[in-house]
Design a protein around this ligand. Structure first.
Ligand SMILES: [Zn+2]
Length: 157
């Protein structure tokens, strides 16, 4: 039987700023080691007044191994058709319940993204020193997606 993560806060927490729009999701996981195959997907739309955009995000964590290693695949695809190139960044932090990082912070970014463009990456993760035990305890995965330069030209004046 596949263990399901308990999704504590799978709601969009939106923060708008001068350069763009951030969205955050925090997901609680009971035990990373027992997850086996965790697939997290979200479709997200910015409410930008100038250049609203729509994105499909996926993260796949096939297996966390006993030795604290795992591979993580992320994909963020732009699916709206507005002809404005946008920058996207993804931050993913795996933390224990005291906010100590279990793996190093993961960031992915790409500029000038149009419809059909995507960020795709697979990275190998390894638990940080003294954090290997954390894969057997409650953890929280913090996702942040930033969409930038939709209502500014990216240049300061
Ligand atoms: Zn905007």
């Amino acid at each position: 039987m596949m263990a399901r993560p308990y999704q504590r806060q799978n709601i969009d927490r939106r923060v708008d700023n001068l350069e763009g729009h951030d969205v955050k999701w925090d997901l609680s996981v009971c035990n990373l080691l027992l997850l086996q195959s965790w697939h997290f997907k979200k479709t997200y739309k910015t409410y930008c007044e100038t250049s609203p955009s729509t994105w499909h995000f996926e993260m796949w964590l096939p297996e966390v191994r006993d030795d604290g290693t795992c591979s993580m695949t992320v994909r963020l695809e732009r699916i709206d058709s507005l002809e404005v190139g946008l920058e996207a960044c993804i931050w993913i932090d795996f933390c224990d319940t005291n906010k100590n990082l279990i793996f190093a912070k993961q960031t992915f970014a790409k500029t000038i993204m149009l419809q059909g463009d995507s960020i795709r990456d697979t990275v190998e993760l390894k638990t940080l020193p003294n954090m290997r035990g954390a894969i057997r305890r409650n953890a929280i995965v913090y996702f942040t997606i930033m969409i930038c330069f939709c209502h500014s030209d990216g240049e300061s004046d």
